[in-house]
Write a protein that binds this ligand. Structure first.
Ligand code: FE
Ligand code: FE
Ligand code: ZN
Length: 296
């Protein structure tokens, strides 16, 4: 069975119930959410009642609650060695892990960070220090999934070797996993048309068992552009066939596939339609036009 969902919203008043309802409206059996707005660190406490309700809703609809992913906000940066910013990121992540646990979720996707001009080595060491400090105190069992990055600006984690170096430095290795992002891999220079050999490389360097989530996005830019601009499924430079091969890859069959593709005209969520197209395994070049007509 295909395990597929998308990034959905999370609002203070409806909480996790709202997120589940949104995912159901797109025909998803899993999803990914932020515990507040992705761009900021304003967070409200998790409402237990809402979580219970969300889980019964998931059960009623055969959703795979153990495959649901939480994403940490973008502005968390464990790679910045500036004392104040570093400790802010650490404190926030400590609390975020507790929120993920309060939601009864198992996985938190994290952008490893940016070295902000201090160099990749220093950046990696700072990330390792942060993760060790956080995990030493942490009492949850949430797994932090380091996301493969596009390599925009001074981003850390745009190649498997850097992620491996971070994992090697972390003491509680069982608490660290990996989240692949197809747009980011492509933008970082990986050739997704050779996905089988990419998986072999990944397996040699990190180990496939570490991969717990995959973001399936197309890219607006050429391979190696280091830009990180997502495109709708099949409409970008990666293309439909390559993405379908990844989505249905035997070695990734138990891993949730999450769409983070852009809203059409910034207004209309494409996920229901993209998922239908993915299930048909047939590219519809008029899909975005259709979405505009239907949703308008
Ligand atoms: Fe991400
Ligand atoms: Fe992503
Ligand atoms: Zn991205």
């Amino acid at each position: 069975m295909l395990i597929i969902g998308s990034h959905v919203g999370y609002k203070k008043d409806t909480g996790l119930v709202g997120s589940v309802k949104e995912a159901l409206s797109y025909g998803e059996n899993t999803f990914m959410f932020y515990t507040g707005a992705p761009q900021n660190t304003i967070r409200s406490t998790i409402d237990n009642q809402q979580v219970e309700e969300a889980f019964s809703l998931m059960r009623e609809n055969d959703m795979l609650s153990d495959k649901v992913i939480v994403h940490a906000p973008y502005i968390i940066n464990l790679g910045n060695s500036d004392e104040e910013k570093f400790s802010f990121s650490c404190r926030f992540l400590e609390q975020e892990l507790k929120r993920v646990e309060a939601c009864h979720m198992k996985y938190l996707v994290l952008h490893p960070g940016s070295h902000v001009g201090n160099g990749i080595e220093k950046g990696i060491q700072t990330v390792i220090k942060g993760l060790n400090e956080i995990l030493e105190k942490d009492t949850t069992n949430v797994m932090i999934l380091l996301e493969t990055m596009a390599g925009k600006g001074s981003e850390i984690g745009s190649c498997f070797e850097e992620l491996k170096q971070i994992i090697d430095g972390v003491e509680k290795k069982d608490r660290i996993g990996i989240c692949l992002d197809t747009c980011h891999l492509h933008d970082a220079g990986y050739d997704l048309t050779q996905f089988d050999s990419l998986l072999l490389t990944l397996d040699q360097i990190i180990g496939l068992e570490k991969v717990k989530c995959i973001h399936v996005n197309d890219s607006k830019n050429e391979k190696g552009a280091r830009k990180d601009r997502h495109e709708n499924f099949g409409f970008g430079k990666i293309g439909f066939d390559t993405l379908i091969h990844i989505v249905y890859h035997e070695k990734l069959k138990d891993i949730p596939k999450i769409l983070e593709t852009p809203y059409v005209d910034r207004l209309y969520p494409p996920y229901r339609y993209e998922i239908e197209m993915i299930k048909k395994k047939e590219f519809d070049c008029n899909l975005l036009e259709k979405i505009k007509k239907i949703e308008n």
